[in-house]
Ligand binder design. Structure first.
Ligand code: PLP
Ligand code: SF4
Length: 352
């Protein structure tokens, strides 16, 4: 059913129901309950319908079905790799870079992605700012004149109602030093029916708006996703960008990245970032070596239109911020140590 509320109400949340839909391996069955306790399992019927039911290596399935790697904690892995909680002046607001602030507005997502960087709080209702926290955040933005951009994030900010979004976007617009507002959401991927005419009317009234989607694989760019994207662009006047996470077994081949990024541009979305997977608990089975990521970017550069190529970046563990990974030089030097040496302590990081 192409109704987003129906999709949310009918999400698949337990092992028994999931097993009726796809055939799980004995390992997936044995770890499901432990993984679910640590980080909720939930998937919309729409997103589950994209899974190849017979293929345990299906790239969509890997993003939603818990794997044993989730239960092992590697020495480099932490709960809050980007140290977001320590850069939080007001509940929900992470102000790391001087000119922009990230606003965590909802713990709800249509689908819980197994690689999520914010596992520690996504799905936990206590992590969601309440209305009085909204006012405190708005006061913070108002009193910090250096903030030129607010990024609505989560969880998923489109889990809020149209009225709530209208209120928040309107309130941000009243703050005259804010230059632009951006929304980070995965709904166009996991539940495109959320993009209703009512919602895009709200967006239209708050032009200019930038919206960053999170497509990781070409199979997610369905006909229904295309309808949602075109509605956002043509009726909502929204500018669309995409961020992907480089994930083993999902998009770590030249072909997968080529198909994904060509299709994004064909739908009207500019590829913005390709993220190195963060060092969050239980992500080792998703990790692609940085040297391999660099090879992948090299295999695209020159062979594909420049507008289809995202920036390959790493968000330094401990809150160092996002930095580009070099791809065209440095055969001998390890890219991460190069990046640390050149970007750590750069003036663009806001001091606490
Ligand atoms: C990623 C991120 C941003 C946005 O960075 P851009 O490079 O402008 O996309 C802002 N604040 C925080 C805390 C972030 O992690
Ligand atoms: S939509 Fe984003 S915040 Fe929500 S589970 Fe997926 S990666 Fe995490």
């Amino acid at each position: 059913m192409k109704d987003w509320k129906w999709q949310i109400q009918n999400r698949i949340k337990d092992l028994e129901t999931l097993q009726k839909e796809i055939e799980l391996t004995p390992e997936e069955i044995s770890i499901f309950k432990d993984a679910d306790e640590f980080f909720d399992f939930a998937v919309t019927p729409y997103y589950l319908s994209l899974v190849d039911k017979k293929n345990p290596n299906c790239p969509i399935r890997r993003q939603i079905v818990p794997a044993s790697g989730e239960l092992t904690k590697q020495p480099n892995e932490v709960a809050d790799p980007l140290a977001e909680e320590t850069h939080m002046p007001v509940k929900g607001v992470t102000h790391r870079y001087p000119d922009r602030a990230l606003w965590y507005l909802s713990h709800m997502c249509a689908v819980f992605c197994r690689f999520c960087t914010r596992k520690r709080k996504v799905g936990e209702s206590s992590s969601t700012p309440r209305n009085e926290d909204w006012e405190k955040a708005l006061e913070y933005f108002q009193s910090h004149k250096e903030i030129k951009e607010v990024i609505l994030s989560g969880g998923d900010p489109l889990s809020l109602s149209d009225n709530q979004l209208d209120y928040l976007l309107g309130s941000l617009k009243e703050i005259t030093h804010i230059n632009q507002v951006r929304i980070h959401t995965r709904y166009p991927v996991t539940l495109p029916y959320r993009i209703t005419d009512e919602l895009v009317n709200v967006f239209h009234s708050h032009f200019p708006l930038y919206l960053v989607t999170h497509f990781n694989h070409a199979n997610e760019l369905t006909r229904d996703a295309e309808v949602a994207i075109h509605r956002l662009i043509q009726k909502g006047n929204v500018v669309l960008l995409n961020q992907s996470v480089l994930l083993k077994g999902v998009n770590d081949t030249t072909e997968a990245l080529r198909d994904l990024n060509y299709k994004l541009v064909n739908f009207g979305i500019k590829p913005y970032y390709l993220h190195q997977c963060d060092d969050v608990f239980g992500s080792s089975h998703f990790k692609v070596e940085i040297s391999k990521g660099q090879e992948l970017i090299k295999s695209l550069r020159g062979y594909m239109s420049g507008i289809t190529i995202p920036n390959y970046v790493v968000d330094l563990t401990g809150g160092g911020g996002k930095v580009p990974l070099p791809t065209d030089y440095l055969e001998k030097e390890d890219a991460l140590s190069y990046t640390f040496r050149n970007f750590k302590g750069k003036k663009y990081f806001r001091s606490k």
